[in-house]
Design a protein around this ligand. Structure first.
Ligand SMILES: NC(=O)c1ccc[n+]([C@@H]2O[C@H](COP(=O)([O-])OP(=O)(O)OC[C@H]3O[C@@H](n4cnc5c(N)ncnc54)[C@H](O)[C@@H]3O)[C@@H](O)[C@H]2O)c1
Length: 269
């Protein structure tokens, strides 16, 4: 899907995005950059080459963009990434997107403690620590802000073989509500986006794992679900998710907080 949105004037505000090297995080970074935000992308070292490409593309539009290294399973790295963002782009953090996540596919009876711990540390603790680190900076700045997190249609309905993933995404919905309540007094809105089946490397991975469990060919697990579940008749593109995020951080989304909003082409119906 082409990014045909105009490159708007600089807002003098920064958006911090975790897991922005590919997929949904990349689309959000590119969209918010076009909408006027300076961008800081936090990702893990193996993703550095892809992050560099995204940063380069944004800079080619005359916009500030930097990359910072952070494994969101390590709270200290998240705080250091926010500090580095503010140091390099200024004390203008207005948007934080806790997007980084992982999906592990396994029947519950085969899930080991280590397997589940990894998913919780990344999808849930990573998001909670990112939200709190960003909110502390926003409170210090006294200028409010918009905090977004990666929910899912699995925040409302779990699926077989994706049990721990669904549990983390349910919890994201709970933390979104709790933090929205506490931080409204600081002018901070907290919401989560809830995509359905998005055409990203994550779903290619889910497809391969489900194909093995269900004894079907690679590609079939995704195709079956896209045709059966998505009422709008096409797989979701990362840019579809970025549209919701762009709306929520804009003035148009000013009165929305504490919500996990599904954007899934009807896949949750
Ligand atoms: N793809 C979908 O269909 C879908 C649906 C609902 C929700 N989501 C959620 O949206 C988010 C993004 O999904 P995606 O499909 O773009 O995923 P993806 O796997 O394509 O990309 C994930 C990004 O996170 C980064 N990352 C991985 N581990 C990290 C870590 N420990 N610390 C920091 N960064 C890390 C990766 O390098 C990559 O840039 C996830 O939280 C996911 O659960 C995705």
């Amino acid at each position: 899907m082409a990014t045909s949105y105009p490159i708007k004037a600089a807002l003098g505000r920064t958006a911090f995005i975790t897991g922005g090297s590919q997929g949904i995080g990349r689309a959000i970074a590119l969209r918010l950059a076009r909408d006027g935000y300076d961008i800081s992308i936090a990702d893990i070292p193996p993703a550095q080459a892809r992050v560099d490409e995204v940063v380069k593309e944004i800079q080619s539009w005359g916009r500030n963009a930097i990359s910072v290294t952070a494994d969101v399973r390590e709270p200290k790295q998240i705080y250091a990434a926010i500090d580095e963002t503010v140091e390099k782009l200024g004390p203008n953090l207005f948007v934080s997107v806790a997007n980084a996540g992982v999906t592990q596919v396994k029947p519950l009876l085969e899930c080991t403690p280590e397997f589940m711990e990894n998913e919780v540390r990344l999808n849930l603790l990573g998001l909670m620590n990112t939200h709190i680190a960003a909110a502390r900076q926003m409170v210090k700045q006294k200028s409010g802000g918009r905090i977004l997190g990666a929910g899912s249609i699995a925040s409302y309905r779990t699926a077989e073989n994706l049990g721990p993933y669904g549990a983390t995404k349910f919890a994201v919905r709970g933390f979104t509500e709790a933090s929205a309540k506490e931080w409204a007094q600081y002018g901070i809105r907290v919401n989560a986006y809830g995509p359905g089946i998005v055409d990203t490397p994550m779903w290619d991975h889910i497809d391969r794992e489900l194909a093995a469990i269900e004894g079907i060919s690679v590609g079939a697990a995704k195709d079956i679900r896209v045709r059966r579940d998505i009422k709008l008749g096409r797989i979701q593109q990362p840019e579809d998710v970025a549209k919701l995020v762009a709306f929520l951080v804009s003035d148009e989304g000013e009165y929305i907080t504490g919500q996990t909003i599904k954007t899934c082409g009807g896949a949750s119906l």
